[in-house]
Design a binder for this molecule. Structure first.
Ligand code: ATP
Length: 255
C-alpha cells in the first residue's frame, strides 16, 4: 500500500502542493484530476522519488520513499523512449540496467508487448510507431520490472479520441489482469470518471485535495460492459457533470 501523509512541496520557496494525503491499496486505481499547473506532475514526481517534499512523508508497503525504486514504475506524458533502440530493446532497457541477462530480459519484454497488444513490433524503431503505439511501449516498459505501483502522468493527453479510449480500455484490462496499484493523473474529466476507483480532485494555488469520490465505472468495464454503454449511462453523465461543476467552482473561486 502507498501512503502519502500531509505532503507539502514547492519550488524556490513557492508552495505548489499543500497537505496532500492519499492511499493506494492493492487493486485500487486512484486518479488525481486537476487543471493545468495545480501540481499533478509535482505530486507524481514526489511519489516516484524523483524529488523530495518540504514536509510530510510517503511510504510504500511500510518503506519510506527517499528516491526512485523498482517497486514504482513510471509512464511519462511524452513516453520518454529511446529513439535509437528498437521496441524490444526499449522495453527491456530497465532490465538491462538491472543486470538481467539478454534471453531472460527479451522473454519478459516479449510477454509485456503481448500484454499491450504490440506482438510483432519487436524490431520496429520508435519513429515507425503511432502515438498510441508509443504509449503502449511506455506501459510495457514500466510493467517489465514488475512494479507493485504503476504511476502514469497524463499518458493519453496527446492521443486522438478513438485511440485514447482504446488506451483507457487497455489500462483497465491491465488493472484487472495484474491487480497492481495504479495512480494516474489527468486533466480530462471523462477519463478520470471512467478509470477511477477513487477520484481525487485537486485545486490550484497551492494544489490541495478538494473532493474525493469512490466510483465503479472502471470495474463495470472489466466485468464486461462496453465503454460506450458506460459513458452513455445517465449515472456516468451525472458524475461527469458533478465533477465538471466541482472543477469550475474551484476555478471561479480563484478568479
Ligand atoms: N522544476 C520546477 N521549478 C520551478 N517551478 C516548477 C517546476 N516544476 C513545476 N513548477 C511549477 O509548479 C507548478 C505546478 O506544476 P506541475 O507541472 O506540477 O502542474 P501540473 O498540474 O502537472 O500541470 P500540467 O497539467 O500543465 O502538466 C506550476 O506553477 C509550475 O510552473
Amino acid at each position: 500500500m502507498l501512503k502519502v501523509s500531509h505532503l507539502s512541496a514547492g519550488y524556490q520557496g513557492h508552495q505548489v502542493l499543500r497537505d496532500i494525503s492519499l492511499q493506494i491499496d492493492s487493486g485500487s486505481l486512484v486518479v488525481v484530476l486537476g487543471p493545468s499547473g495545480c501540481g499533478k506532475t509535482t505530486l507524481l514526481n514526489l511519489i516516484a522519488g524523483f524529488t523530495a517534499p518540504s514536509s510530510g512523508k510517503i511510504t510504500h508497503d511500510g518503506q519510506l520513499v527517499t528516491g526512485p525504486g523498482a517497486d514504482r514504475g513510471v509512464v511519462f506524458q511524452n513516453e520518454g523512449l529511446l529513439p535509437w533502440r528498437n521496441v524490444l530493446d526499449n522495453v527491456s532497457f530497465g532490465l538491462q540496467l538491472a543486470g538481467v541477462e539478454q534471453p531472460r530480459r527479451h522473454d519478459i519484454a516479449q510477454r509485456m508487448l503481448r500484454r499491450v497488444g504490440l506482438e510483432g513490433y519487436e524490431r520496429h524503431f520508435i519513429w515507425q510507431l503511432s502515438g498510441g503505439m508509443r504509449q503502449r511501449v511506455g506501459i510495457a516498459r514500466a510493467l517489465a520490472a514488475d512494479p507493485r505501483l504503476l504511476l502514469l502522468d497524463e499518458p493519453f493527453g496527446a492521443l486522438d479520441a478513438f485511440t485514447r479510449e482504446q488506451m483507457q480500455e487497455l489500462l483497465l484490462t491491465i488493472w484487472r489482469d495484474t491487480g497492481k496499484q495504479i495512480l494516474l493523473i489527468t486533466h480530462d474529466i471523462e477519463e478520470a470518471v471512467l478509470l477511477a476507483s477513487e477520484l481525487l480532485i485537486l485545486s490550484p494555488g497551492p494544489g490541495r485535495v478538494v473532493d474525493r469520490l469512490n466510483l465503479d465505472f472502471g470495474r463495470r468495464y472489466v466485468e464486461g460492459e462496453s465503454c460506450r454503454s458506460i459513458k452513455s449511462d445517465p449515472e456516468f453523465i451525472r458524475y461527469r457533470e458533478y465533477v465538471l461543476g466541482s472543477v469550475f467552482h474551484q476555478r471561479e473561486a480563484l478568479l
